[in-house]
Design a protein around this ligand. Structure first.
Ligand SMILES: O=C(O)CCC(=O)C(=O)O
Ligand SMILES: [Fe+2]
Length: 244
C-alpha cells in the first residue's frame, strides 16, 4: 500500500519508492476568484515528456463548447497515456494540492502558435442548463482547474481573468491552479478566463480539470428528505498544508 509521510521540511516521503517530493508552493494571484501560481510544478523533463507524447497526435481544437473558440491544436489523453509513470507521478503531485478523484476528466495537451488563442469561457458546467446539469451528474462539477505551462512563450499567451484584471504569464514548469466554484460550491462567474493570443513563440499547456466526486444516490428504499444539489458541497478537500 502507498504511504505518504510528511516531515518538518515540507517534504513528502513516499513509502513505496522512497522518493522525496517537495510540497508545491502556492502564490496567490487573486482571492476572488481563487487563482494561484505554482512555481516549478513540473520539471523540464516532465514538460518535454508531455510534449513528446502529444506532438504527433494533435488535432485542431476549433470550438470547445458553444460560443467558445480555441484556435490551437490539442489532444485529450487516452487511458493508456495517463497510465505512464511520468503522468502518474504528476497526478500524485496534484493530490498534494487538491482532492484528485478517480472520476476526473482526462488530461488535455494544447499547442498554440502565434495568433492562436482560447476565447473567454468558464470551465465549470452550468448547472442551469440541461447539458450542464447532465454533465455534473455524469462527471461531477469541475470545481477547479490545474493548467500547466510546458514551454516559455516569447510574447503573449497569458492566461487572463478579465473580470478581475489578472494575467498569468506562461513560465515553463509552472502551473496555475484556479477555482471555478466559490468555497460554498456555487459556480463563480469571476472565474471567466481566456488564453490570450500568442504573439511570438509557441505555447504548450497541459490541463487537468478537477471534478467533484458526486455523492452516491441514496438507497432506493429510502425517501430523501431534501433534494440534493450536486454543486452545494464544498470544494475538493485541499490536501497540502499550503493549499488554499
Ligand atoms: O491556454 C490557456 O491559457 C487557457 C486554456 C483554458 O482555459 C482551457 O483550455 O480551458
Ligand atoms: Fe479554461
Amino acid at each position: 500500500m502507498m504511504m505518504t509521510l510528511s516531515n518538518d521540511d515540507n517534504e513528502v516521503v513516499s513509502g513505496e519508492k522512497c522518493e522525496t517530493e517537495k510540497l508545491p508552493k502556492l502564490i496567490e494571484m487573486s482571492q476572488c476568484p481563487r487563482v494561484y501560481r505554482v512555481p516549478d510544478f513540473l520539471s523540464p523533463a516532465e514538460c518535454e515528456h508531455l510534449i513528446d507524447i502529444s506532438k504527433n497526435k494533435l488535432r485542431p481544437c476549433n470550438e470547445i463548447s458553444s460560443g467558445v473558440h480555441r484556435s490551437g491544436w490539442g489532444l485529450f489523453m487516452k487511458e493508456g497515456e495517463e497510465d505512464h509513470d511520468v503522468v502518474k507521478k504528476i497526478f500524485q503531485r496534484m493530490k498534494m494540492l487538491v482532492n484528485l478523484t478517480e472520476n476526473c476528466e482526462v488530461m488535455q495537451v494544447i499547442r498554440y502558435h502565434p495568433g492562436e488563442e482560447t476565447s473567454a469561457h468558464y470551465d465549470y458546467f452550468n448547472p442551469l442548463t440541461t447539458n450542464g446539469a447532465m454533465k455534473i451528474g455524469l462527471y461531477g462539477q469541475r470545481v477547479c482547474t490545474i493548467l500547466m505551462y510546458l514551454s516559455e512563450v516569447e510574447e503573449g499567451g497569458e492566461t487572463s481573468f478579465p473580470e478581475v484584471g489578472v494575467k498569468v504569464k506562461p513560465v515553463k514548469g509552472d502551473a496555475v491552479l484556479f477555482y471555478n466554484c466559490k468555497p460554498n460550491g456555487e459556480v463563480d462567474p469571476l472565474s471567466l478566463h481566456q488564453g490570450d493570443p500568442v504573439i511570438k513563440g509557441t505555447k504548450w499547456v497541459a490541463i487537468k480539470l478537477i471534478n467533484q466526486k458526486n455523492s452516491p444516490p441514496p438507497p432506493a428504499t429510502t425517501t430523501p428528505a431534501t433534494t440534493s444539489n450536486p454543486t452545494s458541497n464544498t470544494n475538493p478537500t485541499p490536501s497540502g498544508s499550503s493549499a488554499p
